[in-house]
Design a protein around this ligand. Sequence first.
Ligand SMILES: Cc1ncc(COP(=O)(O)O)c(C=O)c1O
Length: 453
Amino acid sequence: MKSSEAEVRYAGMHSQCGRVYEEARRVLVDGATHPTRAYPPFPIQVVSASGSHKQCKDGHDILDWVSMHGANLLGYSHPSIVQAVRDQVGRMTHGASAHELEVRMAQQVLKLFPSGEKVRFTGTGTEANMLALRLARLYTGRRRLLKFQGHFHGWSDAVEVGMGLPWEAASNGVHPALHADTIVCRIGDVAALEAALSKRDVACVLIEGGGAHMGQVPVEPEFVRTLRKLCTDTGTVLIFDEVVTGFRWSPGGWQRVIGVRPDMTTLAKIAMGGLPGGIVLGKADIMDGLSRQRVSGPSISHSGTFNGNPLSLAAGLAVLKIAETGEPQRQADEITDKVKRRMHAALQERGVSGAVYGESSIFHVYIGECAQDPTEYRIRPPATDQQILGSGMNNDALNALRRNLIYNGVDCWVRLGITNAAHTEADVDRMTEAFAKAVDTVIEDGLMTLRKG
Ligand SMILES: Cc1ncc(COP(=O)(O)O)c(C=O)c1O
């Protein structure tokens, strides 16, 4: 079956989703509120979700491999989270005052992330990074920020730079003055890092845990150890963005796995049990830049109506108590290992140039020539422009694969898939079957070149 036929079949099966989309297009730009949620002919409209599945308005069961953009560790509608939120919603959704959940949550986070001494809650992961930057600037008295090519830290002005070629350019709409002080380095380039930091005018280095795009371009731990040393030697604040890897790579995140302690860490997603919110934690002398009771020195301004919202903290605490055991991470890693091996085999059996790889509970599909031995399943694509941008990949094929997965009842971005502890062996079977079908369709469409012989 070709994609065009699969699309017609999908449209016929999802008439109610299609009708909602017709209305959505009139009031929402592109008919959705996130770029990943709009695709042709129209997206599914989800009405409920539990475990690893969700149900669309037409009553079809969809196997989910997006896991709330990474915020879902235990599975949708996990009973502990549902109960915690239910209990809290009747008590108070916002008290406009200090509350004890803030203390309990801060204690739990610091127990799992001993690199931090004090905590501040924010509204989102984007805000957590904004706050960390501001604190680092106050602490060091320096203006500049260093980040890495392709590393995503939310959509605020200072970090929306280095996301595409030319690497020094910011995203459209960002005022040039707001990124003039942002230096963009290539991951692994120790000489460039040394040159930039040796001037001692960089306030902080921000790095995405696991590597660009949730680990699509992995970072070698050795490089992070060098980075740690250079930051210490030059008085530069090292910030780990663990918005995705926090509580996922291990109960103590990426930093526990690679054994490197940053000065500050930003968290969100799993931390708030899939509800909105973010966290900054770090050394007390840096975090104290927030204090209004400081005896000496200036402090920064930070407010936010929903900082430490009781509903989010109730959900977060429920998750973190379970995440602390390491069991959900172990289960999700195990299923990821199985699914990536089987998806990788589906590509190899058909002679498609590409690989399925990744670490922890996130896998990445790469379609294109791969220099590495794909049987390793842990390929480490070189940090070339093409790899970081994904332009070395066959993007038409990846987009078509994503669409054909949804036509086969599976929602997965394909460039990456995120597993949670509710995924089962049966889900692995269903995913592999749907992926193989999607690959066959995309080959039939003529979008993927096959290896000769
Ligand atoms: C590594 C990383 N940092 C920050 C963010 C931004 O978090 P939020 O969407 O909560 O603003 C994201 C979101 O996907 C992320 O992946």
